[in-house]
Design a protein around this ligand. Sequence first.
Ligand SMILES: *Cc1c(COP(=O)(O)O)cnc(C)c1O
Length: 401
Amino acid sequence: MSGLFLPYGRQCIEEDDIEAVAAVLRGDWLTTGPAVGAFESDFARAVGARHALACNSGTAALHMATHALGLGPGDCVIVPAITFLATANAAVYVGADVLFADVDPESGTITPETVREAARRAPGPVKAVLPVHLKGPVADPPGIAEAAEGLGAAVIEDACHALGTHYTANGASTTVGACAHSRIATFSLHPVKTIAMGEGGVVTTNDPAIAEAMRRFRSHGMVHDPAAWELSEQGTEAGAPAPWYYEMPEPGFNYRAPDFACALGRSQLAKLDRFVARRAALAARYDSLLAPFAPHVLPPVRPEACTPAWHLYAVRIDFAALRRSRTEVMRTLRASGIGTQVHYVPVPWQPYWRRRQALPDLPGAAHYYARTLSLPLFPGMADSDVDRVVDALAASLGLGI
Ligand SMILES: *Cc1c(COP(=O)(O)O)cnc(C)c1O
């Protein structure tokens, strides 16, 4: 990639991915065809979940999850203050109230303590907690699960950053998506994420009833199985279920993923380990090249007992001590062909939320937000790209070696 503009993230599409999509385009199915089920079973196997359902975005995946758990008006949902907008919107779609939990100032993720603190502000029953595995490392799944259980709440993991992350809890190793510490996990296969589908998402669960509820909701709320019809006589002709008949007990959406997108997702999924390994090698190179700049520049926090699939390489920079503005640094890097981004503006700072709730005291989120900067990280980068980014970053911060 040397010499070209380096975005903070991008997809890695290879010839066999293109072939896999072209094969679907030459066939009979563009919407739900055989590639959907094949992708879903490969995905379920890859993460170790009983059920995986493909859908057309990570946002749709989150909505399927909040709906399937029956969340609604009067229920409170705990969401990290540092995440993408869609995590909180998943509660809005079902009419539930959002409680923003503060995050650890260094990792940017919620902790059992910040979950309990948010719950103390709840105007009603807390029914769900949505941890986000920011950048890729997990946010203490057993601790969050225990805190949620203490509140009588279910855990929905927003695992959009963490496809391919493994961790150990109580001596057992598990994979994000296996739902060892949650009811449902949601993934995005947007091109900046670990693998790409164009637009795409996946939900995983081990609960067959939740899987069935999400399957219906994904396709208009339609029920095709005669055994599940409420008004069977209406759907009976000549003593048998009519072949055209279906029922809608409750409206759903159209969140289905097209067959060609699932073919791409499946082809990319087969490369997950390679992509994760390449991201890990690039992250390790960043770690060692940035080490001389501590404590002004610090690498992302690496939690114990976790082998992350790095989605973002977000460093912590003490802009105040260095007397540099983040805008200035980002502009200088851009001028040398390096894209960076800030993940994320605290969600409760958004006008929508400011109109609806008093801004809670979130010192961890404010500290994290003030210092974070995501550097380029994607499997197509060369080692020399990392060197170039580190040199340019150090120069823009006035840090000589
Ligand atoms: C990308 C992302 C989403 C949304 O996924 P889309 O596929 O873009 O809809 C939700 N949550 C987090 C944390 C994300 O990074």
